[in-house]
Design a protein around this ligand. Sequence first.
Ligand SMILES: O=c1[nH]cnc2c1ncn2[C@@H]1O[C@H](CO)[C@@H](O)[C@H]1O
Ligand SMILES: [Zn+2]
Length: 364
Amino acid sequence: MHLSDNLASTVSVADWVRRAPKAVLHDHLDGGLRPATIIELARACGYTGLPTEDPAELAVWFRDAADSGSLERYLETFAHTCAVMQTREALFRVAAECAEDLAADGVVYAEVRYAPEQHLAAGLTLDEVVDAVNEGFREGERRTGGRITVGTLLTGMRHTDRSLEIAELTVAHRDRGVAGFDIAGGEVGNPPSRHLPAFQHLKRHNCHFTIHAGEAVGAESIHEAVQVCGAERIGHGVRITDDIAEDGTLGHLAAYVRDNRIALEVCPTSNLQTGAAKDYASHPIDQLRRLGFRVTLNTDNRLVSGTTMSEEFQHMADAFHYGPDVFEEFTVAAVEAAFLPLPERRRIIDEIVRPGYAAIRAAA
Ligand SMILES: O=c1[nH]cnc2c1ncn2[C@@H]1O[C@H](CO)[C@@H](O)[C@H]1O
Ligand SMILES: [Zn+2]
């Protein structure tokens, strides 16, 4: 089946869904650019590889090209976005617009990730990349009048050998806009344990990290991420269902993940595109939430997956008849699992998330 028909740009989003306060923990900076910005940046830097110079066509191109049933092909599309994100100005602009776009969608807290090593082609240093992105996010927060708080996660790529360096970069920039670390990229053949020195460095420095696992590879990848590497959250993690019997009985790994409240950063539309799930209605998110897992709902890549937080919410509302209570649960779960100091998490939940959902219920 070609999945485009299911994809987000065709969904009609209810007004309350747009207004609902949201938190996103899993959103890639280089997977969420505005199409018109890519085209302008490509002209400015002389990149001639774009498949089209029409913004609407470009948006459709990304979504369709990524809609392949394979994670590897999904990831190929990032060559175009990374190509235009090589200067201080480009990184600043993309980050500022990211904050604006998320805030306009009702997102009040975001952790946005990217791989600094993919932005060195025009001569920036790793530190300059991180500074440019952070400054862009501060500018974006300002433009939204403080309606959103954004932290970043620095991603090491699974197929390269720079993860320790990126872990060191994370520690160096912590408390200055960087909230934690992540590992991403093709999962097959690149188990997280390859990057053990990076995780050990982060642990030694009491630094937060999440790992993409259980997307293209099954439960063994999640086991490594949690038990060998020590991940606090799991990117995707949907294939934890490999360790859950038909009748809902949990195996030891699934029980460990649930009972330790290890958050799953679930991204339904992305899962449909990469073949990690068949369709929205059979997506394991509902089963996982019923079994008591700490489930969070995320975009993964707004451009590449043709989605937004509101659209992910709406797809789940359509598939599982979720109302405000379930979205409040997902949002509180996300803030509880955020790489933020506990008082700050509590403030966002008590002062923004709970009152926002109370207002939605009162208006219904
Ligand atoms: O769902 C995903 N699984 C694995 N890797 C991903 C996913 N989405 C994006 N990236 C990879 O992460 C890099 C840094 O942001 C992107 O360039 C892309 O290669
Ligand atoms: Zn991802």
